[in-house]
Write a protein that binds this ligand. Structure first.
Ligand SMILES: Cc1cc2nc3c(=O)[nH]c(=O)nc-3n(C[C@H](O)[C@H](O)[C@H](O)COP(=O)(O)OP(=O)(O)OC[C@H]3O[C@@H](n4cnc5c(N)ncnc54)[C@H](O)[C@@H]3O)c2cc1C
Length: 644
């Protein structure tokens, strides 16, 4: 049998490939017939238009995808050019889903079309099945090249993962994720083995506050670092993509320089008492500032838009990570001496076999913060969101005119339910628009798997937001000149796996101010744990969407509490550090440590400890047993100080 041949056309970043003889990957028995395909990854479209690249669920559904996140306004087309091996007829398949079908909700809001040379093919996509699948688009006739566009019809979260043209019109592509991955990689002509991505002293995975600070701190202490982040920006929940305002006190007296790097990378904004800085304009989170600091460190190799997909271990040590580009699917192998898991979900540790705790019940949920704009207010509309998104900006001009919003029969039906922002419903003392938008308590997934069901949880948050706005606008007839301005499509997570270290810190330790000799980072947030809020549970048991938080004397501790270094490395994977919300704490111990300035300071310590490991040829545990003095003296130095 002749080997398969690939033709790669890379001119416009879209990859279009022709396979010669491939085993058929349709349903039923593989057969060795000649197949010709053009496989187009949505994320490789030359121009994403107003569609967002979503990588959050790639392990579960097999790939990043494009999302028409328009808050009810159709987003601009994503476009690309493709070449066909020969002119003629092809069957076209589009990988997509009806995102509200998991709840049997009517209406298929995520509808979109495929335009071929500017003309829509008759089939409308996003209308079938609760799971990702290949939707048959029928047979099309093409010349040797064509333009392709994803044309959103609704602005309500339509999604497309890939498009496949098949010369054999009887061919059915597989929906099995593992088989599809193989099929995809072969058609894209991607190498079987990852390419060499280099050797590093420390590889940090996750560019939230914790990971970014870990990388900067390690680099300034003279070691060679790779920072792998699966989004185009740094900051995690504190980025303009999620918009959570960082809390926690830095630069406390025992080690007054711990917190220097946190403050260097965060915008110099002082939050006034009672001010809400969650979900406000993108500029508040200043992604560029974080990127600039990292990019000016010669010891850091920054790998944005790359996700860790595999971890290679030997004798309880991590040897290397396989990372995959979320834009091109290219894989790299990174070799490291030390690793820091700052993913929040403990992905690196989990894949390496590190001890961890995680039970899918009574969890703190995930949120997709959102805001609302008053279109009559020039400051509000023109000053912030117009610059964010060209597609949304089209309908976001300042003006004293009505802002209609469509009915959303597929969203949560809140027509006869209380929810924050509804007249007569008080939430934490407020009952106006300020209790509706920008609020942390629109939260869900309390009994869902925050790692493996993230798409479902995020989508439930969308259904809550759209359902509530529909009621306010169309039933209660309030806020006629307001519009949804922005909402996160990346789920802001609070709780998932926690890796176990030599000390597992509990809430009691904070309350009793239990002292440890390996003082490392100051904690100043109360024992903040979330549960579904009872007032809003009725009718939504198991699918709650508003949370409550623990408060009162029982959840306070007197002074700043210095947590121990032993929470920052794995007890069974010898060269693994962790920083951020996946450190070694119990379920209740997570409450006080999870705020972002505190997470950032953990990163600062991990960076310094990693430098001690390299200089003294020891392990993270060895720093505690043999070089604690060394670590503590580094901790007294300014965060800006550099050593060779
Ligand atoms: C709505 C909401 C409100 C909150 N309120 C506050 C608040 O007011 N103040 C506060 O300080 N904290 C608040 N928190 C908590 C805080 O945001 C988190 O605990 C904190 O962000 C954890 O920091 P982190 O660096 O560990 O993780 P993250 O901020 O989640 O960063 C982890 C990063 O790693 C990346 N990543 C994950 N997996 C991979 C992978 N496999 N490969 C590469 N990259 C990967 C992610 O994309 C992400 O960017 C809130 C959280 C939420 C959701």
């Amino acid at each position: 049998m002749k080997r398969k041949q690939f033709i790669g056309i890379l001119g416009n970043t879209s990859l279009v490939l022709l396979a010669g003889k491939l085993p058929a990957l349709g349903q039923g028995k593989p057969k060795k017939t000649a197949q010709e395909f053009v496989f187009v990854e949505a994320e490789q479209f030359a121009n994403h238009g107003g569609w967002e690249l979503d990588q959050q669920s790639m392990e579960q559904m097999g790939s990043p995808y494009l999302l028409a996140h328009g808050l009810g306004i159709p987003v601009q087309d994503a476009t690309t050019e493709i070449q066909f091996p020969k002119a003629g007829s092809y069957r076209v398949w589009v990988r997509t889903k009806d995102w509200v079908a998991p709840w049997n909700a009517p209406g298929a809001p995520g509808k979109f079309q495929l335009l071929l040379n500017g003309k829509a093919i008759p089939e409308v996509f996003g209308t079938k099945s609760a799971t990702w699948h290949w939707h048959d688009g029928g047979i099309v006739n093409v010349g040797k090249s064509a333009t392709l566009a994803l044309h959103d019809l609704t602005g309500f979260e339509g999604r497309c993962e890939a498009i496949l043209f098949c010369k054999d019109t009887n061919f059915k592509p597989t929906n099995d994720i593992a088989a599809l991955t193989q099929f995809r990689r072969r058609l894209l002509g991607l190498p079987q083995k990852p390419e060499n991505g280099g050797k590093f002293d420390l590889i940090v995975t996750g560019g939230g506050l914790a990971g970014t600070c870990a990388a900067i701190s390690a680099a300034r202490n003279g070691i060679k670092v790779a920072l792998v982040q699966d989004r185009p920006v740094l900051g995690g929940n504190g980025s303009s993509e999620v918009r959570v305002w960082p809390e926690g006190h830095t630069n406390k007296s025992l080690f007054p320089h711990i917190g220097d790097i946190v403050n260097e990378i965060l915008p110099p904004i002082t939050k006034r008492s009672g001010e809400v800085l969650n979900g406000v304009a993108a500029t508040y989170y200043d992604d560029a500032r974080k990127a600039k600091v990292v990019q000016s460190e010669p010891n850091i190799t920054l790998l944005l838009n790359h996700r860790v997909v595999e971890v290679e271990t030997e004798a309880s040590e991590i040897k290397s990570l396989i990372i995959q580009s979320t834009l091109t699917s290219r894989q790299l192998r990174l070799h490291g001496k030390l690793f820091a898991d700052c993913t929040g979900d403990a992905t690196v540790g989990f894949k390496a076999g590190a001890d961890y705790e995680y039970k899918v019940e009574n969890l703190m949920g995930s949120s997709n913060l959102f805001n609302v704009l008053d279109t009559t207010n020039k400051e509000e509309v023109l000053a912030c969101e117009c610059k964010d998104k060209s597609a949304l900006a089209l309908k976001c001009e300042v003006g004293d005119y009505e802002q209609p919003f469509p009915r959303c029969p597929w969203a949560l039906d809140l027509s006869d339910k209380p929810f924050p922002g509804r007249k007569g419903v008080k939430t934490f003392g407020k009952e106006d628009l300020s209790s509706f938008a920008n609020m942390w308590y629109w939260e869900s997934g309390f009994n869902k798997d925050q790692v493996n069901e993230v798409e479902l949880i995020r989508d439930h948050n969308f259904r809550a937001m759209y359902g509530a706005w529909d009621v306010l606008k169309n039933i209660d007839n309030m806020y006629p000149k307001h519009r949804l301005g922005w909402s996160a499509f990346i789920a802001g997570k609070r709780e998932s796996r926690r890796l176990m270290g030599d000390v597992v810190l509990e809430a009691e330790d904070f309350k009793k101010q239990r002292k440890f000799e390996d003082t490392a980072f100051p904690c100043s947030w109360h024992v903040d744990l979330h549960t579904p809020k009872k007032e809003y549970q009725n009718g939504f048991e198991g699918n709650e969407f508003i949370s409550d938080y623990t408060r009162g004397a029982e959840y306070q501790y007197g002074e700043v509490y210095w947590a121990p270094y032993r929470t920052l490395y794995s007890r069974n994977i010898k060269n693994l550090f962790m920083a951020g919300r996946c450190i070694s704490v119990s379920k209740t111990g997570l409450g006080p440590v999870r705020v972002m300035r505190t997470c950032g300071m953990m990163g600062e310590i991990v960076g310094k400890a990693a430098a001690v490991c390299i200089k003294k040829s020891t392990s993270p545990r060895g720093v505690y047993t043999d070089y604690l003095g060394e670590l503590h003296s580094l901790m007294q130095k300014p965060g800006s100080e550099k050593s060779e």
